[in-house]
Design a protein. Structure first.
Lengths: 395, 366
């Protein structure tokens, strides 16, 4: 069994997440279900508790409840081509089952399609299920800099969402509090980027499964002092680890890039298997999505740009060049792409991106077919065989 | 012209739209392809191109397989195959809107899979009901107009655009009249498709001289719901079970044709308003559940007794809507079946069983 080095802040993480879910389940404050790529800062400034069904989907997967709940979603009429985060959380709601039971019912919903179009379809289902309003932020696919019409469209939508949010809550959203929240969120994202950059060290101080764990707070609580303090501590601890020359994987032999959301049900099994062979995922595309610094001199414009220009919402040449940069900046030997059955938005183009990476860097990779929550698309023996053969080919 | 001749000629257009368009190109007339019914054909036409809806390429093969996962719909994979193998080599440009996640990503892949294809992206807003969405669409159309003008080598004047709008409005009126005449599944759905695969002038030459023929009202009246449905064989199959399609929510049929463009307002804004104002497709936000309400209203108004869902296999957007629509139909006592379609079309035993079951329910007056 590969050893996994824990950072001291992991204990804090458990406390923070427990406190967060306790509050979400028990508080009388308004609650919003929100997509991970939506501008959660608007909700925090409005004193609304954000709840992230995608996080819950990951928990469902990690607790091996995804198979049953996805199957239950099938009984509700949702077939396998529907995102498994959506399927398992819809079924969790209908059956009252999940790692913590069903999530607390929302008073409103906030969705954004910068990750995929799936988001608003999923939230439409939720809006009808709970009979609550859906606020939606539409972010056009981006070829580079936002166009003038993009900017106008995005900012007008943000103004409308703020106004609608005020109407729903019966009180206006405090703009000063919003700017303050944006500042904290921006500062927190900077810390997260610094932590990511420390992974360039040899050996890498953090493996991707570590990041999948630590990302819970940047997704859920960015924009809060709690998140800022957490990543300050984490940054210091990772720096110390780099100074000690301590690697996340014992005897790091291969430095790999991981692409996409992981198969949560196989998180330990798969990444431990790789670590046992000396493979450390020194960088991943997924946890790098939560970046973006806001310019408080033009807050809404800057908020709009940051949320439009997240990686899955960028045209393929831009995405491919990001991967190539990661390969070079993190001194990567090979890449592993998860072709995730649930996610056409992030996956379609992977074959071409793989070719471009190899053409530009000479680094090769392997593509694994699976799903993030539904284990029926995961063939353990086949995947391990592929990984072993791939790692051998890197020697 | 009689129905039988019209069926033959329109079916021929649907069967092979490419040969006549290639011949026209030799004669100096250019065509531009487009994906999806959210692309305004009027603008393409006004720029001097025959607008050609890209509906079906060859069955997906190696080219598509090299770029797209098998869990993408065969509709999209087939179009990439067709662009890569030269099926669409006569097109001067391909206009790809931002609709579902698959088509959005496909716009990037086309440039590599089919080098030399001139791709124009149209960012259609996902929101359709707000003033800022209409403004955004109007701006996007203005950008598309400039791109088309650059390829055409000529400007698109306001009067020319108004003429194209009027011409397509005439075509839509003719289609509405044909539907009223109830000429049978094959002619009606071939006519919808023909307008998307040939120029509006040629289409009017076919449809306007059409003599009113005998009504072909099947004994079993059904509605069909789905995305792109360019396979006339599906409509024939329904007819084999005695089903006459009296209402649809299909993006290659009434969702394409319903609703006129205003002829007196600013033409680009009028186009934006008409295209966004239609009954939404599943790729558009539907906060008031218009799809469900319009399905129930359409079924009631047309006298349909059952519903056939005919959607592309692996279409996530339709699959999200299906359980809600089905539940509502069940609550209203309207029987329905679902067919998941792939290209090439093979009527499976399961499909036939489902249609047989529906047919029997309709016979019993359920």
């Amino acid at each position: 069994m590969a050893r996994r080095l824990k950072l001291p802040c992991e204990e804090t993480m458990k406390e923070v997440m427990t406190a967060y879910y306790t509050e979400a389940f028990t508080s009388d404050r308004p609650k919003a279900w929100v997509t991970s790529g939506a501008p959660v800062e608007l909700l925090l400034a409005a004193d609304v508790i954000p709840i992230f069904p995608e996080n819950y989907g990951a928990m469902i997967g990690a607790r091996h409840m995804g198979g049953d709940l996805c199957s239950a979603a099938g009984d509700l009429g949702f077939d396998d081509c529907v995102c498994s985060y959506a399927r398992c959380t819809i079924a969790s709601t209908a059956r009252g089952e999940g790692p913590l039971g069903a999530l607390p019912a929302p008073d409103l919903l906030l969705a954004c399609n910068n990750g995929c179009g799936t988001m608003f379809k999923w939230y439409e289902v939720l809006s009808r299920r709970f009979d609550v309003p859906l606020l939606f932020f539409d972010t056009p696919y981006c070829a580079g800099e936002p166009t003038p019409q993009d900017r106008a469209y995005l900012v007008r939508q943000l103004e409308r969402i703020l106004s609608d949010l005020g109407d729903i809550l019966g009180r206006e959203v405090d703009r000063d509090k919003l700017w303050e929240t944006l500042q904290i969120s921006s500062d927190t994202a900077k810390l997260w980027v610094e932590i990511q950059e420390l992974r360039r060290a040899h050996p890498s101080p953090l493996n991707s499964p570590d990041m999948f764990l630590h990302m819970a707070i940047i997704v859920t609580l960015r924009g809060t002092d709690t998140a800022y303090r957490y990543y300050q501590d984490m940054l210091a601890q990772v720096r110390e680890r780099v100074e000690r020359g301590e690697g996340a994987v014992e005897n790091e032999r291969y430095r790999l890039l991981w692409d996409h959301i992981p198969p949560w049900y196989a998180l330990r099994d798969f990444f431990d298997f790789c670590a046992e062979q000396g493979a450390c995922f020194a960088v991943d595309t997924y946890t790098n999505v939560w970046q973006g610094e806001f310019d408080l001199a033009r807050p809404l414009e800057s908020l709009a740009e940051c949320y439009q220009m997240v990686m899955p919402n960028l045209r393929l040449p831009l995405r491919a060049s990001m991967y190539v940069d990661y390969i070079r900046d993190y001194d990567i030997d090979g890449f592993v792409i998860h072709s995730n059955h649930s996610c056409k938005s992030y996956c379609l183009g992977e074959y071409e991106i793989a070719r471009r990476i190899t053409a530009e860097t000479g680094v090769r990779g392997v593509i694994l077919e699976a799903d993030m929550v539904d284990p029926k698309f995961y063939s353990e023996a086949q995947i391990k065989q592929m990984i072993t053969a791939f790692l051998e080919s890197l020697d | 012209m009689e129905y039988s001749e019209a069926v033959e000629r329109m079916t021929e257009i649907v069967r092979d739209p490419h040969a006549p368009l290639r011949a026209k190109r030799v004669g100096g007339s250019e065509a531009a392809g487009y994906f999806c019914s959210y692309v305004p054909v009027e603008l393409i036409h006004a720029a001097g191109f025959t607008p050609v809806r890209m509906l079906l390429g060859p069955p997906p093969g190696d080219a598509a397989g090299a770029f797209m996962q098998p869990f993408c719909c065969s509709f999209a994979r087939s179009l990439l195959e067709g662009l890569a193998d030269g099926t669409y080599d006569y097109l001067s440009a391909v206009i790809m809107p931002h609709t579902c996640d698959t088509i959005r990503n496909l716009s990037d892949l086309v440039e590599t899979a089919a080098p030399g294809t001139r791709v124009m992206c149209l960012m259609v807003p996902t929101i359709t009901h707000t003033p800022e969405a209409v403004d955004f669409m109007t701006e996007e159309l203005a950008a598309l107009k400039i791109a088309l003008e650059a390829v055409a080598g000529r400007g698109v004047g306001e009067s020319g655009l108004r003429e194209s709008i009027a011409l397509y409005n005439r075509c839509r009126s003719a289609l509405a009249g044909l539907r009223e005449a109830n000429p049978g599944n094959r002619l009606l759905y071939a006519a919808y498709l023909a307008l998307q695969l040939t120029g509006p002038e040629e289409f009017l030459d076919l449809i306007e001289p059409l003599e009113p023929g005998e009504e072909r009202a099947g004994t079993k009246r059904v509605a069909v719901v789905g995305g792109p449905l360019p396979l006339l064989e599906v409509f024939d199959l329904l007819e084999e079970y005695g089903m006459s399609v009296v209402w649809d929510d299909i993006c290659t049929a009434s969702r394409f044709a319903a609703g006129m463009v205003g002829e007196h307002a600013d033409p680009l804004r009028a186009l934006a308003e008409r295209y966004l104002g239609r009954r939404p497709c599943p790729t558009k936000l539907d906060p008031t559940n218009r799809r469900e309400e319009s399905l129930i209203e359409g079924v009631r108004a047309s006298g349909a007794e059952g519903v056939v869902f005919a959607q592309q296999a692996f279409c996530e957007f339709h699959s999200f809507d299906y359980p809600g629509l089905k539940k509502r139909l069940d609550a209203e006592g309207i029987p329905s079946v679902r067919l998941d379609l792939e290209h090439p079309f093979q009527p499976t035993g399961q499909m036939k069983t489902r249609l047989q079951a529906l047919s029997e329910m309709l016979s019993e007056g359920v």
